[in-house]
Design a protein around this ligand. Structure first.
Ligand SMILES: C[S@@+](CC[C@H](N)C(=O)[O-])C[C@H]1O[C@@H](n2cnc3c(N)ncnc32)[C@H](O)[C@@H]1O
Length: 252
């Protein structure tokens, strides 16, 4: 099964990528106004409220592949915009047999349009797009997380990943966009995630503005096991619920 070949998904993705490409000349002009001394200005999301800023088709396919490869059931996305990456991620969830994408978008109008785009692609039932600041809306992702996409406010990747670490399943994948093109904003994140002391094994991939691919390898050993097509978690997990910190506390 490959939902990326589903006619509804193809149609919506074609339209969104086409509209995003048409914005490129205007985007180049406007980008300069969102940078100050190598860092993004505080109001950049508002300045970019009409712009897609989507993942590339190649990155999108890579996200789909990742969701399929790790048999993800819960995916978290920092920075949903109009929902391009969300469509690739939820297509993977549907083909895995179900699951949920917890998205986040600061600009309310963008979140509304993202929900409409996901509905048009026939993927609404696999999504929960949370409006507001991801530092608040992603504090509780609602269960163990299998895949994370970081594609939101530059300079916040580290804060968001630290927020999510207690919820990562053993072997969870964190994909971060714009690692090379994000300027000084992304450097603290890249430095942190590449330091093995922080529990990840990380590689940079040459894709669009530099994509960082990191796998969480410091779990408590409570990893999912496949049973009859659905991801079941260990009895220990069932006892303490979906919170890795709770599990860690019980093991200490
Ligand atoms: C690069 S775009 C995301 C593109 C999207 N992943 C896609 O492929 O279509 C970044 C988005 O993050 C949003 N954003 C910025 N800061 C945020 C925050 N603190 N919380 C939630 N969303 C934020 C911006 O409004 C913007 O729409």
């Amino acid at each position: 099964m490959n939902s990326l070949a589903d006619p509804n998904v193809v149609k919506v993705l074609d339209r969104l990528h086409r509209e995003a490409e048409a914005q490129t000349p205007e985007l180049r002009k406007r980008m300069a106004a969102t940078r100050e001394g190598g860092q993004m200005t505080e109001d950049w999301p508002e300045q970019m409220r009409d712009f897609y800023l989507p993942v590339s088709r190649e990155q999108g396919r890579f996200l789909y592949q990742t969701v399929r490869a790790v048999r993800a059931e819960r995916v978290v996305e920092f920075g949903t915009s109009f929902g391009v990456s969300s469509i690739y991620l939820t297509a993977g969830l549907r083909d895995n047999g179900g699951g949920i994408l917890v998205g986040s978008e600061l600009v309310e109008d963008k979140a509304v349009t993202a929900r409409q785009n996901l509905a048009a692609a026939g993927l609404a039932e696999y999504t929960e797009i949370r409006s507001g600041d991801a530092r608040e809306t992603l504090a509780d992702p609602g269960g163990l997380v299998d895949v994370v996409l970081l594609d939101g406010g530059p300079g916040m990747y580290l804060e968001i990943v630290e927020l999510l670490v207690p919820h990562l399943r053993d072997g969870a994948v964190v994909v971060a966009d714009n690692i090379e093109s994000g300027g000084e904003d992304e450097q603290p994140y890249a430095k942190w995630i590449r330091d093995p002391a922080h529990g990840f094994v990380s590689s940079s991939i040459v894709m669009k503005g530099g994509t960082e691919y990191s796998v969480w390898v410091s779990g408590t050993g409570v990893s999912g096991t496949k049973v009859s097509g659905t991801m079941q978690h260990s009895p220990l997990h069932a006892v303490v619920g979906d919170n890795r910190l709770d599990i860690a506390r019980r093991l200490l």
